[in-house]
Design a protein around this ligand. Structure first.
Ligand code: ATP
Length: 587
């Protein structure tokens, strides 16, 4: 397959402002892709080489090295290329410019194929140790020599890790179902297969080579993360109990980092909420699981919580994040010990437990886990009385938890991989105050800073995620709450996502008119005073009143949530719920 086909697709995607067209272009691309290449094509369109969970080396070539490669391939000096980069603000465009003016023209050009590009990019990603810089340089220069100007643009963006097309997994699933399965019913089968494997390339390859029938053999497997189940939220014990049939299992909501642990024999792999491999951060947790998880093979989920070395008390989430930044993990383990609180079991010794109801899974968890100081089963209580639920909630908060997750115990209370549904409902401390809870919103635009803020941004345009339409809808502009350092670093932090038009997955009204647009990627935690009706924001449009959406008043930036992907931001539906429950409190 010619790499040019892929580059034409990239170009079309970059120009489009419609999600429907985005899907159509994907279908077109899949149709022109040989079945045995489909996985690679999908990874490449997502700007990577492998599914995240494998934790294999990805591209991230330094700009300097890329400049050297362009210089070597096209016969211009590094200084000239650097100057062009400054002028155009994008090394991809600079490469394209020099490629079209190259001084050495090859007599026997070899058109680039996707096979070769993928193989060479993978070699670049894997090169390490002595001589690796030279190797990367010569492979990249070799590719550039054979590239057309447009191909040079995308090759450079890809190796820099800067090919940000913003194509969501759900859009790819839509396109796969249209291309290979052709029915609505098929879409849910494709999605289920994805939810239990978290690998779009793998699913696509099965679909392309064996069709829908092939998906039957896709099973839960140790080593392949299952997409996590999420909770809805409500703000009163009565509402919560009503919603789940009068009675449910209330569990402490621990304030730490979610992990999905996979065990085979002595080997343990830990995945984060985003399904990245985070095993290296928690060698202690792996050891606790080796000792306390009494099954040859198992997949369990829980929350890792930092505990005070002296008192054993639970510490808030922020403390745990220190582990991410430290390199001397042995030392950190002593300074910042953790406990893993297990709340679910999804698989044991060859059997998937996803379709088993909650109580059965909970019993299995008890059967296969031997508790110790640092490995515990989440505190839980079956409750049918709102007063008792409130009491249990206060108790959880007092112990350092965020609140409760109340779980359905009905016969259909399965583990819904990849879904946020009413089988789990969270009840958090913040909802008790007059103010709304913090929300996690996605940066989609920005306004230029003036006066003291010249050179950086004055405010960011934030959006909530609409999981039905798979788009982002604006809900506020946030300009306060940033420290000076955070403000100063905004341009750099946002630069990789800057685009010159509204992203197709962003829904905004003309009146909003930000100075800059971004591919939805960065998530920030925001605290507001209240939610009001708004004539200019699209979040919740028409849900409360025909011609109004929702806005967050007095929003403050709290912190970045780099552990969340944009699709894991607060949803439009959640904001509507928050607005309604806030109204109830006032009336
Ligand atoms: P939040 O930011 O409020 O933690 P979230 O978007 O990360 O929410 P939700 O599904 O809305 O995730 O809330 C459930 C989260 O709470 C889980 O992702 C998990 O990390 C955490 N958690 C803590 N204790 C439990 C528990 N007992 N059962 C389920 N989830 C729990």
């Amino acid at each position: 397959m010619l790499y040019a086909v892929l580059c034409d697709f990239y170009e079309k995607i970059e120009r489009t402002t419609s999600r429907t067209l985005m899907t159509e272009y994907l279908v077109e691309l899949f149709k022109s892709t040989p079945p045995n290449l489909i996985d690679k094509v999908i990874y490449l369109t997502q700007g990577k080489l492998h599914p995240d969970y494998l934790g294999l080396p990805e591209l991230g070539v330094a700009e300097k090295l890329a400049i050297k490669a362009i210089s070597r391939a096209y016969g211009f000096s590094e200084g000239e290329i650097d100057a062009k980069l400054k002028e155009l603000g994008d090394l991809g465009l600079a490469a394209e410019f020099y490629c079209s003016r190259k001084r050495q023209v090859s007599l026997f050009p070899h058109p680039l194929t996707v096979e070769r590009v993928y193989k060479d990019l993978d070699r670049i990603a894997r090169a390490s140790g002595e001589g690796s810089q030279q190797l990367k340089l010569s492979i990249l220069a070799g590719l550039l020599v054979d590239a057309t100007p447009k191909e040079a643009r995308y090759l450079i963006r890809t190796v820099l890790g800067a090919l940000r097309l913003g194509i969501a997994d759900m859009t790819i699933l839509d396109a796969l179902a249209i291309t290979y399965a052709k029915s609505k019913e098929a879409r849910s089968k494709v999605e289920y297969a994805y939810n239990i494997t978290s690998d779009l390339g793998y699913i696509a390859r099965i679909l392309a080579t064996e069709g829908l029938e092939g998906l039957k053999k896709v099973k839960v497997e140790v080593g392949r993360p299952i997409r996590v189940m999420l909770a809805e939220r409500l703000s009163s014990p009565t509402e919560i109990l009503n919603k789940i049939g009068g009675k449910g299992a209330a569990e402490y909501k621990y304030d730490g980092e979610r992990v999905q642990a996979h065990k085979r024999g002595d080997e343990i792999v830990l995945f984060s909420r985003r399904l990245e491999n985070i095993t290296a951060q928690y060698p202690d947790v792996c050891q606790y699981l080796r000792e306390g998880l009494l099954a040859e093979e198992a997949i369990v989920e829980g929350e890792v919580v930092a505990v005070n070395v002296d008192t054993g008390e639970m510490l808030p989430f922020q403390e745990l994040m220190h582990r991410r930044r430290k390199y001397d993990i042995e030392k950190v383990m002593k300074e910042l010990p953790v406990t893993l609180f297990l709340f679910d079991i999804l698989y044991v010794n060859g059997e998937s437990l996803l379709m088993k109801p909650y109580l059965e899974r909970r019993n299995m968890l008890k059967k296969y886990v031997r508790e110790s100081e640092h490995l515990k089963i989440a505190e839980a209580k079956i409750i049918d009385d709102p007063k008792e639920l409130e009491k249990f909630f206060e108790e959880a908060v007092e112990k350092g938890c965020e609140g409760l997750v109340v779980k359905s115990i009905a016969p259909n209370s399965i583990y819904r991989a990849g879904a946020r549904e009413w089988l789990w409902i969270k009840y958090k401390r913040d909802y008790k105050s007059e103010m709304v809870d913090t929300v996690d919103l996605v940066v989609v635009g920005a306004y230029a800073g003036k006066g003291r803020r010249a050179g950086t941004y004055g405010a960011l345009l934030m959006a909530a995620y609409d999981d039905k339409e798979d788009v982002f809808k604006t809900v506020c502009k946030v300009g306060t709450g940033f420290t000076d350092a955070e403000l100063a670093s905004l341009p750099d932090k946002l630069a990789p996502y800057k685009i010159d038009h509204k992203h197709p997955r962003v829904v905004a009204m003309k009146e909003i008119a930000p100075d800059y647009w971004f591919t939805p990627a960065l998530v920030a935690e925001i605290l507001g005073a209240e939610i009001t009706l708004s004539p200019v924001h699209t979040c919740g449009w028409g849900e409360i009143k025909p011609d109004a959406g929702l806005a967050i008043r007095f929003p403050r930036f709290i912190r970045w949530r780099d552990d969340k992907s944009p699709e894991q931001a607060t949803t439009e539906k959640e904001l509507i719920e928050m607005y309604r429950s806030q109204l109830k409190k006032i009336s």
